[in-house]
Design a protein around this ligand. Structure first.
Ligand SMILES: Cc1cc2nc3c(=O)[nH]c(=O)nc-3n(C[C@H](O)[C@H](O)[C@H](O)COP(=O)(O)O)c2cc1C
Length: 372
């Protein structure tokens, strides 16, 4: 087991890694990773909503051994914390997706590669032996989309995560102000026309311009079925916040859903994901996998999400903070820190197994809302 502590005694929490990352990143890169959409209301809510939940722990349960293992779409993982798809790991560290995927492999968890990675999906598959899923953006160019699916399938990715909350890009003000663009030498390595997206000529966010021109904003439920016909891989729909959409996803053949608001980077004013998770889990009622992401920074957050109906969670920014701070070593430390915090939270809450983490443990705080 990876020990998160030695050598870097100041890097004990995900927030420590964020501070270390901030000190190493350019302003443009830090702002890109950190930002939410518009005024950041949903970004704050993703965290605040966790703080509103208390854990009403049970005592005198034998927790001498804790079992954190989970099986997700046939893949077993030693703990229920996965790597969320995030674009452009090369902005965080030169090791980019090779370093982060190897760290996930080392810890035995699932790495989800973004369509917008700075390393090709084939190179990531060749470099890291662990289980991997591929996040898909459907492009207007359906030939390109189909090719991405075929490439992911033949490179050994075990599931597709179709992102459904990004018909266009939410407005991230800092990126627009900074004229966000990929620095010289970094490209969107999965996309044949990646060169067209290198250093910005224009003002404004280059990513927003890319998404507006290439992503298919006309995507509908019919296309989910189209995608299902293209691949043998299970499909998860990422970006669901409503029970009726979750039910429809399962009805269209999805293997499950990721309750997500894209790390609060799309619709500002969208609910915190932990708030809507219980209703989505109730609607799905075991007919598909329910995962969640958004604002997970502590093992106790993971415990809350598992209690409220998620089979596992994903972390986006924490992985980027680890990567920026210490490369692959930092990613491994962040994942190991969250794993150890979850194990501690389970012990203190009286939960020796994931199955014993039930909804009755969680109550809303009474009284005034805690400070952010
Ligand atoms: C810098 C950054 C880039 C992201 N890129 C993608 C992406 O390419 N595809 C995608 O589906 N989600 C993307 N996301 C959303 C994440 O998959 C995930 O939903 C979110 O980060 C979870 O919230 P957290 O950062 O609070 O853990 C991105 C998030 C961040 C912060």
């Amino acid at each position: 087991m990876h020990d998160p502590r030695p050598d870097h005694p100041s890097l004990l929490t995900v927030d420590d890694f964020e501070r270390a990352a901030r000190a190493r990143l350019t302003k443009m890169a830090y702002d890109y990773f950190r930002s939410g959409a518009d005024e950041g209301r949903t970004l704050r809510e993703n965290r605040r909503a966790f703080r509103r939940l208390e854990i009403h722990y049970r005592v005198l349960v034998d927790v001498a051994e804790r079992d954190l293992r989970a099986t997700l779409l046939g893949t077993s993982v030693p703990f229920p914390i996965l790597v969320a798809p995030t674009a452009y790991h090369g902005l965080a560290h030169e090791g980019a997706e090779i370093a982060s995927s190897r760290a996930a492999s080392e810890l035995g968890t699932i790495f989800t590669l973004s369509t917008l990675s700075t390393t090709s999906l084939e190179a990531v598959a060749a470099a890291s032996p662990g289980p991997k899923w591929f996040q898909l953006y459907v492009h207007k160019d359906r030939g390109l989309t189909r090719a991405l699916v075929e490439r992911a399938e033949s490179a050994g990715y075990r599931a597709l995560m179709l992102t459904v909350d990004t018909p266009i890009l939410g407005r991230r003000i800092a990126d627009v102000r900074n004229g966000f663009a990929l620095p010289e030498g970094l490209v969107m390595a999965n996309l044949a026309d990646a060169a067209a997206c290198s250093p910005a000529a224009d003002r404004g966010s280059l990513l927003a311009a890319y998404v507006a021109s290439r992503h298919d904003a006309s995507l509908t439920w019919r296309d989910v079925e189209w995608l299902g016909g293209l691949t043998r891989l299970p499909i998860l729909l990422k970006g669901i916040v409503r029970p009726d959409d979750a039910l429809r996803a399962i009805g269209c053949g999805a293997a499950g859903v990721v309750v997500s608001n894209h790390g609060a980077r799309q619709l500002d004013g969208a609910p915190a994901t932990i708030e809507v998770l219980p209703a989505v889990a109730d609607a799905v009622a075991g007919r598909g996998l329910v995962l969640m992401d958004g604002g997970i920074r502590w093992g106790t957050d993971v415990l809350k999400a598992l209690a409220l109906g998620a089979s596992a969670v994903l972390v986006g920014r924490p992985v980027l903070w680890g990567l920026a701070a210490l490369g692959g070593e930092g990613v491994a430390r962040v994942l190991a820190t969250l794993r150890e915090e979850l194990s501690t939270a389970m012990a203190l809450a009286g939960c020796p197994t994931l199955a014993s983490i039930d909804r009755d443990l969680i109550r809303r705080t009474r009284g005034s809302m805690p400070a952010p």
